[in-house]
Design a protein around this ligand. Structure first.
Ligand code: GAR
Length: 188
């Protein structure tokens, strides 16, 4: 049984999708063994509702060290699912190849500091992009710079809004994040 650790900062719909996929067999031979948030958020409630061990570690310089202490000895995969803190260089190096992030754009475009949630969609619309999408990538010390693992795009329509983009991108995330988790767990 593989242990997945999920880090959240927000509503946690991607966390919910992972939990649902484990329950319905779309993700096999795995469990979410720990959910950690860096702020009070609904993602934590989702973990509580499913009796998953959950902790709040306030964001800040000591987050990564505190997180490391909480991780089970057998940590197979750490999934950043709408997680907004930056993990330390040391943490990323220790867990190299075992941390993935879901990003709401087609990296390497629209990534980096400050590029999260609605900020990303606003920037995509302002740049009059023809397409957007979501990306699953490995996490390295550089923000949103790790190797891309999976990506899916769609064409932006003429009357697209931040809200409609967010909704379409969530649908794509719900498809590619479980897919990526399955593929990675099979490799390790
Ligand atoms: C997701 O769209 C995710 O890609 C994005 O936050 C949302 C979280 O939704 N992450 C980032 O912007 C990170 N740079 P959720 O809490 O409902 O899963």
């Amino acid at each position: 049984m593989k242990n997945i650790i999920v880090l959240v900062s927000g509503g946690g719909t991607n966390l919910q999708r992972i939990i649902d996929c484990i329950e319905n067999g779309e993700i096999s031979n795995a469990q979410v063994s720990l959910v950690v948030a860096d702020r009070q958020c609904f993602g934590l409630d989702r973990a509580k509702n499913h009796n998953i061990e959950n902790h709040l570690i306030p964001r800040g310089k000591t987050f990564s060290t505190a997180l490391k202490q909480l991780l089970p000895e057998k940590t197979d995969l750490i999934v950043l699912a709408g997680f907004l803190s930056i993990l330390s260089k040391e943490f990323c190096e220790t867990f190299k190849g075992k941390i993935i992030n879901i990003h709401p754009a087609l990296l390497p475009k629209f990534g980096g500091k400050g590029m999260w949630g609605h900020h990303v969609h606003e920037a995509v619309l302002a740049a009059e992009e023809k397409e957007s999408g979501a990306t699953v990538h490995y996490v390295t010390p550089g923000i949103d710079e790790g190797e891309i693992f999976l990506q899916k795009s769609f064409s932006i329509s003429e009357n697209e809004t931040v809200e409609s983009l967010a909704q379409k991108i969530h649908e794509i995330e719900f498809e590619i994040l479980p897919k990526a988790i399955n593929l990675i767990l099979k490799k390790i």
